[in-house]
Design a protein around this ligand. Sequence first.
Ligand SMILES: Cc1cc2nc3c(=O)[nH]c(=O)nc-3n(C[C@H](O)[C@H](O)[C@H](O)COP(=O)(O)OP(=O)(O)OC[C@H]3O[C@@H](n4cnc5c(N)ncnc54)[C@H](O)[C@@H]3O)c2cc1C
Length: 483
Amino acid sequence: MTLNVFSCVSLLIYLSLVLLPLGISMTLNLPNRPWLDELSSSLAMIGFNIILIEFWLSGRVKLLSKVLGIDWVLQVHQLFARTALVFLLLHPFMYTLPSQPVWMTAASHQNFIGLTLTSGLTGMLSLIALIFLIGFAITRKNSEISYESWRLSHVILALVIAIIGFIHTMDAGRYAQEVWMRAYWQFMLGLAILSLAWTYLFKPLLQNKNAYEVVSIKEVSLKIWELVIKHSKAKKMKHQGGQFAWLKIASSSPLPENPFSIASCSNQNSYDISFLIKDVGDFTHQISQLQTGQQVFVDGSYGNFGAEAFSVKNDQLIMIAGGVGIAPMLSILRQIERDQDIALLHKKILLIYGNRVIEQAINLQEMVKIESFKNLEVIQLVSEPSKEWQGPTGVLNTPTLEGILRSQQINLETAQFLICGPAEMIDSVETSLDQLGAPLAHIASEKFQYDFGKMNPKNKRSVISALLGSATLIAAAIYAALH
Ligand SMILES: Cc1cc2nc3c(=O)[nH]c(=O)nc-3n(C[C@H](O)[C@H](O)[C@H](O)COP(=O)(O)OP(=O)(O)OC[C@H]3O[C@@H](n4cnc5c(N)ncnc54)[C@H](O)[C@@H]3O)c2cc1C
């Protein structure tokens, strides 16, 4: 979520959607209440609307992830969830009117707040569930809980918050007593539940009828496996170089499924899709045990990482891959090579490929027709070199990057950077590029994890954007309360 024009416009559209219920409430022309009571209702409406929109921003809506990028979608999802929590936590403390224990008409809400025992309980329950959901999401990385258990708890808690929060809103909300407002909340809850049902119910059923099968599986470097699959009914999956897909093995049931960058590029003469998968845990270890012909289930394609590589706007493209982060770079290079676009084949491309030991590096010559590129330079870097290693050594820190970029005459201000690999490596490379003077808007990254990274310059900008966005929402709530 960097501050370039496109992400700013996207953020503005998002904020407008979040403010929709406030807009509807202002058209209802209900009698005035004390401004703090109005502010409280406004914050509650905004907070609950953020929660319902979160369902589309889980990273599982293909169109959104393609247009906005998975990074933007997930950062808005993660950062604005906190805004919703603050707004919803604050709102019960701001009411000044007394509570009326019996059900009232909308007009009578002018003198009382519509809090009954049931609506008090539903409000409290959904708030507690929200605190747990956000708390678990923030602390997941450092907890013992498996990713799959966490994801299941995330989905269940989200559903509980949406349904109980909806009951609370319909029961206690002053504006929710009005037809248009009721229709809005019903529509939004319906969409939220539909998006969950699509991912966890309908899609698995469809996947069962559209299974893929393993064409080959082989270890191409230390603990990195190349998995090649094809659709069992010879259907093609459309994808752009750099995108990723969700993979399931054994069964198409909703969990577990894991994301992997596609390493191949769609080809007229072949149905094969390939991945490079590093054996790091339970799921990835099972991948290495797959047999030819075995069924796997794929949901793709997602994200828009690397889209800049296919533009001739920037005359220098710098790809920085750490370990298995080479996978999306391969598909980008393969696509450029497939398309035979002269301008792209002549573009200055620098691929910096870092690994801990050389045994972890894949053989690029075997995977891409390097000779097709007229201006491609590959620099392999090893941080723990063997005695035989004669190439450059070190980690991808500022001095190393500066040395390489200067020696390759890279114009830091205009070059386009693509970075992929483990989150720690990306956080550090982004910081280095910022220190060296590369504009953050020219740096696109694919982190191999969904958690928010360290507070490097790029992430700081995302947090600042979210804070500015939240301030805009508060300003709108105050405006609505005073009018
Ligand atoms: C967009 C994207 C593209 C990726 N592309 C590749 C690739 O091309 N090659 C590759 O080797 N790895 C890739 N990864 C990382 C890969 O998804 C994880 O290494 C893998 O899911 C780990 O699963 P595990 O059960 O083997 O390991 P575990 O030890 O269970 O998990 C290790 C870590 O991986 C992450 N993870 C685990 N399960 C999931 C899940 N279901 N969804 C999201 N994250 C999960 C979590 O952060 C977890 O802490 C990618 C990740 C993302 C987000």
